[in-house]
Design a protein around this ligand. Structure first.
Ligand SMILES: Nc1ncnc2c1ncn2[C@@H]1O[C@H](COP(=O)(O)OP(=O)(O)OP(=O)(O)O)[C@@H](O)[C@H]1O
Ligand SMILES: [Mg+2]
Length: 227
């Protein structure tokens, strides 16, 4: 079996003035290529902390992370930046689109940063992705001219532009209505099935969790397999 991601004995503590918060405790996780995984757990249990560590956005105290069988060493930022752009795509609850740029430009940016000379092809690809998420008529809209669900779909298209092996989503439908949420859930499912991209999603939505292949619960600093 080919594990695209492996976490071994990950520990994470937030150091406070008076006390330390030991949030993740010898946490282990193995994710196979093409998996679609949901991470559940009550507020404050450490889900976003975990996703931030998997996404190499945040450091950890001890343990090991392997992405695509490459060991990620703490603090080795060059290596990490390369992997972050190439292998990982992010979708957050609050989309973080850049307000002064159009939908199309927002999708292009993560790719342009790496390869400015290829602008024409990047534009073609960004248009294809926006079409895939149903926004072919919104290329030139700025974020404040898009609805919440549309902004979230732009964020998903943006997460896909570099063909990441792993897509990480933190409550991607946390602030959307039921019907729009359902559309986004189906979109994630489609991406997982058609592109065979691995998806790890943190969610409070039972409906979203139900369409994933495996459900994990974060409890007392560890991951428990539910399904
Ligand atoms: N930068 C930080 N410094 C100190 N404590 C933090 C920091 N970030 C998070 N925490 C604490 O760590 C715990 C886990 O936070 P985290 O954001 O991972 O929870 P979560 O499971 O994502 O919750 P939610 O469902 O509400 O988003 C919380 O109790 C939080 O207060
Ligand atoms: Mg969170």
């Amino acid at each position: 079996m080919n594990n695209i991601l492996e976490l071994k004995n990950i520990n994470k503590t937030y150091k406070g003035k008076s006390e330390n918060l030991h949030i993740l405790k010898d946490l282990n996780l193995e994710v196979e290529e093409g998996d679609f995984i949901s991470i559940l757990g009550k507020s404050g249990s450490g889900k976003s902390t975990l996703l931030g560590i998997i996404g190499l956005l945040d450091n950890f105290d001890s343990g090991e992370i392997y992405i695509n069988n490459n060991k990620i060493d703490k603090f080795e930022s060059n290596n990490v930046d390369r992997l972050k752009n190439k292998d990982l795509g992010f979708v957050f609850q609050f989309h973080y689109l850049l307000p002064e740029f159009t939908a199309l430009e927002n999708v292009m940016i993560p790719c342009l940063i790496q390869n400015f000379s290829d602008k024409k092809n990047i534009e073609i690809k960004a248009k294809e992705l926006l079409k895939k998420v149903g926004l072919e008529e919104r290329y030139n809209h700025k974020p404040n001219q898009l609805s919440g669900g549309e902004k979230q779909r732009v964020a998903i298209a943006r997460a896909l532009i570099n063909d990441p092996k792993i897509i990480l989503a933190d409550e991607p439908t946390g602030n959307l209505d039921e019907e729009t949420s359902e559309d986004i859930h189906k979109l994630l499912q489609k991406i997982n099935r058609e592109n065979k991209q691995t998806i790890i999603v943190v969610t409070h939505s039972k409906e979203l969790a139900n369409i994933t292949n495996k459900q994990y619960l974060v409890k007392q600093g560890k991951l428990i397999l539910k399904k």
